[in-house]
Unconditional design. Structure first.
Length: 448
């Protein structure tokens, strides 16, 4: 089965995962809004990351720094000078490209001649306060990491964390990308989940290996198929001058190739894990004149080294959607009412599925509805639930399969007498009849 981007984008729109931003005004290039199911999926991804990185790890604490920061931060981090991409423009059709994306020195669209390359800074600039002059210039953060470095001292002093330890943050970042695209893969506004893990220099290599393994396994544990995931170590010419090592976790996306329209499997980055040495803390110490060194076991001052696993939220979200998408030829046995040729099942991991349970009464008659609604109210205390009484039961099952709902619960006339319902498992299609009293413990065992 070919999983095309077109099918994923269509499902995402149709079922309320992802909409183009400000669509009624014609949209805004590369900006997207997350609908009722998309926001659940996004929250579930962030929750799964936070649980693994912060909640379950005694060595990591969280942070939520502001998006707007003192502009000196970006001078120290090197973003003001160095956060640039090489921009070229076609003299004929005026399309713009990243020069390092091009195979040949001509416009890939019309073959026209290109301008000289210009370094284009990706920082979004705005003004703080009522005056619009240079002194009020300020930037939207292009990464969350710097908010962590500038709070290093605050966290050390307030939380009693001892090296090795990490600070984690999830939040929005902004980059004025030259060529956004591939749906939500490259956008100008996105979310990041970043961890800065501070270690003794002599232990940094060990932690670098540790975090590569941990992060790779996180994707596998959440259901990404092994054959679609790889860890790629950067070559020395790809590394930033201060970096001592960097690996990307890549997913094999069904993107169009750069040269043509053909869709192919293209390995693309979901997350980078970098061994950044002491570069960031030294830079901030130099620019802020605040000492950021701490004491080691022997009472000597040192600047910790940093391992940084840095993931987006949207790229993993797209990978989870693509990986979970399955078309079942000829339909699934229980839904044989219509003569459809294929059905879609979104086999999202139980922790990621936006809706855990759907309640489907078999009739719209009053006593049944009342019972179904009371079950719904009960389950809503624990999980995201959908109630659906519209259209045939086959269609309702298919709709739930398409959005990845884990359990469908049908309430029928017998339920009124025997106080039991039928529960169907999305993946095994197994149906069980269980007592209404048993629903919560049954689902708790399966879902928690
Ligand atoms: P790329 O080489 O694809 O531009 P990058 O190496 O610049 O990515 P990082 O700076 O390492 O990306 O950012 C860490 C993570 O943040 C990426 O792995 C990705 O998941 C996410 N990310 C970065 N830029 C974007 C973007 N423009 N849109 C969506 N997510 C992004």
């Amino acid at each position: 089965m070919i999983k095309s981007m077109e099918k994923i984008i269509s499902l995402a729109k149709r079922r309320g995962f992802i909409f183009p931003s400000s669509e009624i005004y014609g949209g805004l290039s590369s900006c997207y809004d997350y609908g009722p199911l998309g926001v659940e999926l996004k929250n579930n991804i962030k929750r799964a990351w936070w649980k693994k990185i912060v909640q379950e790890n005694e060595k990591v604490v969280g942070l939520d720094a502001s998006i707007l920061m003192n502009p000196k931060v970006w001078e120290a981090s090197g973003h003001l000078k160095g956060f640039v991409d090489p921009l070229v423009e076609c003299k004929k059709c005026h399309k713009r490209f990243r020069q390092d994306d091009l195979k040949e020195n001509k416009c890939p669209d019309c073959g026209g001649e290109l301008t000289e390359k210009k370094n284009f800074n990706l920082l979004f600039k705005t003004f703080m306060g009522p005056t619009e002059d240079q002194s009020s210039e300020i930037y939207l953060r292009p990464e969350t990491a710097q908010g962590i470095f500038v709070n290093f001292k605050n966290v050390v002093q307030s939380s009693r964390m001892k090296i090795p330890f990490g600070i984690a943050q999830i939040g929005k970042s902004f980059r004025n990308e030259i060529t956004p695209g591939n749906f939500i893969f490259r956008t100008r506004e996105f979310e990041q989940m970043e961890l800065e893990f501070f270690t003794y220099p002599k232990e940094a290599e060990k932690w670098y290996q540790y975090w590569k393994e941990q992060r790779f396994n996180w994707y596998l544990d959440l259901g990404i198929k092994k054959e679609n995931l790889r860890l790629r170590e950067h070559k020395s010419n790809e590394l930033a001058h201060y970096a001592k090592g960097c690996s990307d976790i890549e997913y094999s996306f069904p993107f169009s190739t750069k040269s043509g329209e053909k869709e192919d499997k293209i390995w693309s980055e979901l997350e980078g894990i970098a061994y950044r040495g002491d570069f960031d803390l030294i830079q901030h110490q130099t620019f802020s004149h605040e000492e950021l060194a701490i004491l080691d076991e022997n009472g000597e001052k040192f600047i910790p080294h940093v391992i940084e696993p840095s993931a987006g939220v949207e790229r993993p979200l797209l990978a989870f959607l693509i990986d979970a998408y399955e078309e079942v030829e000829g339909g699934r046995s229980i839904t044989t009412e219509s003569n459809k040729s294929e059905e879609v099942v979104l086999r999202l991991h139980k922790d990621l599925a936006p809706i855990k349970v759907a309640i489907l009464p078999l009739s719209k008659k009053e006593p049944l509805i009342e019972l179904a609604r009371s079950i719904e109210t009960d389950l809503r205390k624990y999980w995201m639930v959908q109630y659906d009484e519209i259209s045939s039961i086959g269609r309702r099952y298919r709709r739930q399969d398409e959005i990845g709902t884990l359990y469908c619960l049908t309430v029928d006339f017998e339920s009124l007498d025997d106080k039991k319902i039928t529960i169907r498992d999305r993946d095994t299609m197994k149906q069980e009849r269980i007592s209404i009293m048993e629903i919560v413990p049954y689902l708790k065992e399966k879902l928690d």
